[in-house]
Write a protein that binds this ligand. Structure first.
Ligand SMILES: [Zn+2]
Ligand SMILES: [Zn+2]
Ligand SMILES: [Zn+2]
Length: 176
């Protein structure tokens, strides 16, 4: 299974594989197929040899596998445990069921979930589909978006007063 003989084969048939990819004995955490070692400008990493599979494990400078850190957080979308992953913008909480579930949260320097990262539920009801609206933020400021997004793209602009009220209510709920 992917051992010495395969390596010899790849050694003699370099065209079977792109030169920057190296066969390893590591198994893909998602599908169990062998993984290939590649180098990007962010460092070394392992990718699944099946290019339809998104299995990927980052490697440290010493070639050690960088496993996501376990946490006590549970994904509120699918119930799987959340793990700490490191992306280009720093550490974040990601669902361990990725890529099936793509739920993520921002975390602060201590690794605590940043409560305000997700949209805040409000009592406003979407006048197009009847679902609850959530407070979202964009570069231009806060607005109410339908929780049925992306099926319903209804957006309502609200006053600063209303935004303050929603935030105050949300803070009271999260601290309770
Ligand atoms: Zn895989
Ligand atoms: Zn999840
Ligand atoms: Zn809607």
């Amino acid at each position: 299974m992917g051992g010495f003989a395969d390596r010899i084969l790849y050694f003699f048939c370099p065209r079977m594989q792109r030169p920057q990819a190296k066969q390893t004995d590591e198994k893909c955490p998602i599908c169990g197929k062998p993984m290939l070692q590649k180098t990007s400008r962010f460092g070394q990493y392992l990718v699944c040899s099946d290019n339809t599979c998104k299995g990927k494990v980052n490697l440290s400078k010493d070639g050690e596998k960088v496993m996501p850190e376990q946490t006590n957080e549970v994904c509120d979308k699918c119930g799987a445990p959340m793990v700490i992953r490191t992306g280009r913008r720093g550490k974040f909480l990601a669902c361990s069921a990725y890529p099936k579930c793509k739920n993520t949260y921002s975390i602060d320097a201590e690794g605590n979930k940043v409560a305000s990262s997700g949209p805040i539920q409000t009592d406003h009801v979407c006048d197009k589909c009847g679902k609850k609206m959530v407070l979202r933020s964009s570069k231009r400021g806060y607005f109410l978006g339908c929780s049925g997004y992306p099926k319903c793209r209804n957006i309502v602009n609200i006053s600063d007063e209303e935004i303050a009220q929603i935030k105050a209510k949300h803070d009271a709920q999260t601290k309770a």
